[in-house]
Write a protein that binds this ligand. Structure first.
Ligand SMILES: [Zn+2]
Length: 386
């Protein structure tokens, strides 16, 4: 499965000389009424038909050869994919990359001198890993997963913790102390394991499951790096099946992501009102992008805006009529029906946090903020003063 590091490397992939074919294909074999080979055929034809005068005859020939190579690749190997696939091809420049994607991708093809990565940036939130830990006083189950994929790592049973009925001749107080010591040792062991997993395969969120008092005691034993990832607690039994654990965990993650977006919109609104560290609307966002200022980009997922991109310095601009030049470097501009993918990619390259507003409850409060905006790295006022 593709990772954030892969997308990061792809966002820097480019060739001055040879166009790159960027294909994203949903390969959903569970739906027999939905044949991916037909979708692929249509995309390849569409790409061949739209090769325009951006490219010289050698470049057009190279693209047609890559389209054929992609066709053969899926003919021979397409059936080994089960969800989504991304292919980036510019054979003349030595570029040929295939990445597996989650299921929820929109099939599309693009040809340009850079890899078209905006659709991959959009699915990054589905790729963020999390760990779910079901915890009891003498056992634990650990799971590692993403919104689209989940597996059980291990079960930990520390049987030296006596059960409630094994009290024997102990006094109640002594028995409880004994239980507590064993439970604490067990919590410590599980906490160490969670930290070990974090070091091996860092995860963004930790979800716990168990009785409130157990979860509270366990949280105290966690390493601070692990504890700060705690995103919520699920209500499932220790014996729950993995699908139930996954579903409940995803619910918590989705809620967490939604809250993060709502918080960011409120922060943006405050920053825009105080004129300090936030900009709203297309033009100010483009300016912030140009200045390398974007800390967090917020964009309504359905928002589109025409504009242009400079073929020389890559800057994104509002206007792009024929014959116009880049306002920054005087280079040639390419007009685009929609520059939002370029803004997204540019912000991603700056290391910005990207928040795509996909639900009405996040799109609605962004409406009067121009549907696109950014929290900034530096305050606007301190910049104009100094
Ligand atoms: Zn330029």
């Amino acid at each position: 499965m593709i990772t954030r590091a892969d997308v990061d490397a792809l966002s820097r992939l480019g060739s001055d000389q040879w166009p790159i074919v960027s294909l994203i294909l949903r390969v959903d074999k569970e739906r027999i009424d939905d044949d991916y080979t037909i979708r692929l055929k249509n995309l390849l034809r569409e790409a061949a038909d739209t090769l325009d005068d951006r490219f010289n005859p050698q470049q057009r020939k190279a693209v047609l050869e890559d389209l054929e190579r992609i066709r053969e690749f899926f003919r021979d190997e397409g059936d080994r994919f089960g969800r989504g696939v991304a292919v980036f091809a510019a054979s003349q420049a030595g570029i040929w990359q295939v990445h597996e994607l989650p299921r929820d991708v929109e099939s599309q093809i693009a040809i340009g001198f850079e890899a078209h990565v905006a659709p991959l940036i959009k699915i990054l939130e589905q790729l963020e890993p999390f760990v779910t830990c079901l915890i009891a006083r003498d056992s634990a189950r650990l799971f590692y997963g993403r919104l689209g994929k989940f597996e059980e790592l291990q079960q930990i049973v520390d049987e030296e913790v006596p059960g409630q009925h094994d009290q024997g001749g102990w006094s109640q107080a002594r028995y409880e102390r004994h239980i507590d010591e064993h439970a604490r040792a067990h919590f410590k062991r599980v906490a160490d394991e969670l930290f070990h997993i974090f070091e091996e395969q860092p995860y963004r969120w930790l979800i716990l499951g168990g009785p409130d008092e157990v979860v509270a005691a366990f949280l105290e034993q966690l390493h601070p790096y692990v504890r700060e990832r705690h995103a919520g607690t699920v209500r499932v039994l220790m014996e729950a099946n993995i699908n139930e654990v996954h579903e409940e965990s995803c619910e918590i993650i989705r809620r967490w992501i939604l809250d993060e977006k709502l918080r960011a919109i409120e922060m943006l609104r405050n920053e825009v009102l105080s004129g300090d560290r936030g900009v709203a609307g297309l033009e100010p966002t483009l300016m912030a992008l140009q200045q390398g200022q974007i800390l967090t980009l917020l964009v309504d997922d359905s928002y589109q805006a025409p504009g242009a991109v400079c073929l020389n310095c890559r800057s994104v601009q509002r206007e792009g009529g024929t014959g116009q030049q880049c306002v920054f470097c005087g280079g040639p501009l390419q007009a685009l029906d929609n520059v939002v993918p370029e803004i997204v990619t540019g912000a991603f390259r700056q290391g910005a946090n990207l928040l795509f507003l996909t639900q009405p409850e996040t799109q609605e409060p962004m409406r009067d903020l121009g549907r696109i905006g950014a929290l900034l790295r530096f305050s606007l006022t301190s910049q104009s003063e100094g």
